[in-house]
Each structure stands twice: as C-alpha cells, then as structure tokens.
Design a protein around this ligand. Structure first.
Ligand code: DC
Length: 221
C-alpha cells in the first residue's frame, strides 16, 4: 500500500492529472477539494455566510459526505445522500470552498475522513495540505503548479466549454484571490512540503504533465 499526495494552487490541473494516474495505477483518487466545495455548497443552501466560522461549524453535525467511484460515472460526491458533483463545480463554489476551508472545525472534520480513506487502500489524493498535514508520510509528494495566467486560461477554457459566461479576467482575479487566501490562512495553508517535488506545468500539455508525474512516482514506489 502507498499514498501519493498532489498539492498546488487552484487550476494547476491536479484533479485531471490525479484522475488519469489513478486509473492507470488502478488506485483510488480522492479529491479533497470536492469535500470543501460540498461543505461550502451546503452552507449556501442553508443561507449561511461561508465566512461566518461559528455558523458554518454549527452545520457540520448535519453533514455527511460520501465519495464514490464507478466506471461509467467516474468520481461522484454525495452530500447527505444527494449527488452534488455538478453543483460544486459552479464558479462561485471555488471561493465558497476556500472560505469554509479556513475554518478550523471544518478542517478537523474532513481530516479524519481523509486519513481514514488512505488507511484502507492505496490512494492518490489532491488538495492544498495533503503532503504537509493530511498524509505527511506519503511515499510520493508532488507540488503541481503553473503561472496564474496559464491556470486561468485553462479554467476559462473548461468553463466556456460548459457554456458558463465567466470572462478570462474574472477567472484570473478569482484564481489570484483564492491562492492568496489559501496561502495565508493560519491553519494548513497551501504550501509546498519540504520533501515534495515541484512540478511546473506552465509550458507542458496534459500528456506531458502525466508523463512527468508518472516518472516521479516510478522513482519512488
Ligand atoms: O482544489 P479545489 O479548487 O476544488 O479546492 C477548493 C478550495 O478548497 C480551495 O480553494 C481551498 C480548499 N482546499 C483546502 O483548503 N484544502 C484541501 N486539501 C483542498 C481544498
């Protein structure tokens, strides 16, 4: 059994890469960002301000999350039994997730679940604090990044393919603001672990990035 941790800023391509590598290695992919997004979505549904720490923390006992995987549907996330996988990808959910992720009770709530998943099976897990906090003993740690402009360009392409109206400038502003917030929070900030390999994908395409990640993994497991 082994664990692969992939951390990095918003839009660096972590989830697309991790999903591909997981399929090739036949291991489980855990998208921790989706868990923060689902909590953000629940707060919004309840009319709770995602920055209001006590109010968001008070919602946690009502929340049950489940990540599932199947060949046809891929990875899905269920919030109290309801599939919210599409809802959490709406552009405003990124910032909602970043807001709730700064709340200590929210992080503690998810930390247990995330560690539990890696105890039972080999995983590739992506997020912001996987190599530093969640799985500090992971066999492989990769910090995947790219310039803010390139990350915004990729997001913009993804959103426009879905028919979402957000402009490149709006997405770039969101990416920069979210990174700032994720890097500067007091607990488990976005940070490269000392023993993580830095991989900058600004000048790499998807296939090249997957190859690099696989090379790094092969050297270590
Ligand atoms: O990876 P993502 O864009 O889906 O993550 C959404 C937000 O969740 C991100 O801005 C910060 C937070 N997050 C976190 O704090 N820790 C993680 N391990 C994963 C995500």
């Amino acid at each position: 059994m082994f664990a692969i941790a992939i951390d990095g800023p918003a839009g660096a391509g972590k989830s697309t890469i991790a999903r591909k590598v997981a399929a090739e290695l036949s291991i489980i992919y855990v998208d921790t960002g989706a868990m923060y997004r689902a909590i953000g979505a629940y707060a919004i549904r309840q009319g709770v301000d995602t920055k209001n720490a006590p109010a968001v923390a008070a919602l946690l006992p009502e929340i049950s999350l489940e990540l599932t995987y199947s060949e046809e549907l891929g990875q899905r996330i269920f919030l109290n039994g309801e599939d919210v996988s599409s809802e959490i990808r709406l552009p405003e959910m990124g910032m909602a997730a970043s807001n709730v992720s700064a709340i200590p009770e929210v992080r503690a709530f998810l930390l247990e679940q995330q560690r539990g998943m890696a105890k039972r099976q080999s995983v590739i897990m992506d997020g912001r604090d996987i190599g530093t906090v969640v799985l500090p003993d992971a066999e492989v740690k990769i910090f995947l990044t790219a310039s803010a402009e390139e990350r915004a360009r990729r997001r913009w392409k993804e959103f426009s393919e879905k028919g979402l109206p957000d402009t490149y400038e709006e997405i770039l502003a969101d990416v920069i603001r979210r990174d700032e917030q994720d890097m500067n929070r007091p607990i488990a900030p976005l940070k490269q672990a000392d023993d993580a390999i830095l991989l900058d994908s600004t000048a790499l395409n998807f296939a090249e990035t997957v190859e690099k990640v696989k090379e790094i993994i092969k050297e270590r497991v």
